[in-house]
Design a protein around this ligand. Structure first.
Ligand code: UT7
Length: 338
């Protein structure tokens, strides 16, 4: 919390993102499964999503990092640590963070992956901030990336309409101005959620076999209704908790930055927090649910367009498989339009 904070603070000093060129529209999906554009838009807010045709999650992450370097002139040789949030790593091991480290030539950096699904970026951001606050490191890249198309069953209309591919990245450094940066975070998990949103095949419980593939266990399963109810409650409750303990009201918040899973979940969360729709970052219509990438993708686009700028109070909030959920309060320090 702001007033009891005695350690040095982390702030986001650079942002970047990447979305693949290929667009998969609702009309395209109408030709693949029994669905329609009207249902998808009214139930989810999604019109189209992006699909990575070639390459892996690390390739999208590298493109997002290049975008950050082009906009902010960061020397990648100075990076200390790379933390990657993803549920679609290039492979089980080595960690995608190591693959990215080699591809970008960040010779001084170590790194690791974090698996917290749609809350992954918040988990990774909080972890990265702790390395800055402790004094251990001064330049931490936090990546949120997912190639959801690699684990989606394009014959399952319950899930294939929801997800897309993208990457976002932020750079954390020690705050130079007291009062700016990552001021507060609160994270939760509840393993009872494991029955409602999962991919069961390929792990130590169900090692890959013809049987796991025949049973489609290498694809996402979601009980949408159960997740929906808890997502609204989880995101709104934790965002309210972070606002309350930092004495913030809806009027103090410039932007709510919600995980983009469903426009109805975003609207319900904003309403419960007393935040007007005009102050909510929404790009789900263009990209769908890109899992760990949604929040950094929003931050990066909003900075680029000058809509998010220095001095803004923002609240990030997410909910995902696990269940995992959380929120963070950030006093934004990057001037807009970068
Ligand atoms: O990011 C990680 C966390 N994930 C989430 O937060 C997602 C949470 N869940 C959701 O966003 C929503 O539950 C969904 C968008 C997945 C589904 O929306 P819903 O309003 O909960 O729909 P439903 O599953 O209750 O289905 C309603 C009807 C059903 O038909 P009947 O039984 O009423 O005749 C479905 O069979 O809509 C049908 N339906 C579809 N119709 C056309 C389900 N999917 C589709 C579809 N196109 N793609």
């Amino acid at each position: 919390m702001a007033d009891t904070h005695t350690l040095r603070r982390a702030e986001i000093t650079a942002v970047g993102h990447y979305v693949p060129e290929k667009v998969l529209t609702n009309h395209d999906l109408e030709k693949m499964v029994d669905t329609n554009d009207e249902w998808i838009r009214s139930r989810t807010g999604i019109s189209e999503r992006r699909i990575q045709e070639h390459g892996a999650s690390s390739d999208m992450a590298v493109m997002a990092i290049r975008n950050l370097v082009d906009r902010f002139g960061v020397d990648l040789k100075s990076i200390d640590l790379i933390i990657v949030a993803t549920v679609t790593p290039d492979m089980f091991f080595p960690a995608t963070a190591c693959i990215i480290q080699e591809k970008i030539g960040a010779k001084q950096a170590w790194g690791f992956d974090i698996l917290a699904a749609c809350s992954g970026f918040l988990y990774a951001l909080t972890t990265g901030a702790k390395f800055i606050e402790s004094g251990a490191h001064s330049k931490v890249l936090v990546v949120g990336v997912d190639k959801m198309s690699s684990i989606v069953d394009y014959k399952d209309r319950n899930t294939c309409i929801l997800f897309g591919d993208a990457a976002g990245v932020v750079l954390l450094e020690p705050s130079t101005d007291k009062g700016y940066g990552l001021i507060d975070q609160r994270l939760y998990c509840d393993g009872a959620g494991a029955d409602f949103l999962y991919m069961k095949g390929g792990g130590s419980l169900n090692p890959s076999s013809h049987e796991t593939v025949d049973k489609k266990m290498h694809y996402i399963f979601q009980d949408g209704k159960n997740v929906f109810k808890l997502a609204v409650k989880g995101m709104a409750d934790v965002a309210a908790e972070v606002m309350n303990r930092n004495n913030l009201t809806g009027a103090d918040i410039a932007w709510l930055v919600p995980h983009q899973a469903n426009l109805r979940i975003i609207d319900a969360t904003a309403e419960r927090m007393g935040i007007d729709r005009s102050k909510v970052m929404i790009n789900i219509d263009k990209y769908g649910n890109t899992t760990a990438a949604t929040i950094p993708l929003c931050l990066s686009e909003w900075v680029r367009d000058g809509r998010l700028t220095r001095g803004h109070n923002i609240v990030l909030a997410a909910f995902g498989a696990g269940y995992t959920w959380g929120a963070a309060y950030v006093k934004w320090s990057i001037p807009g339009s970068a």
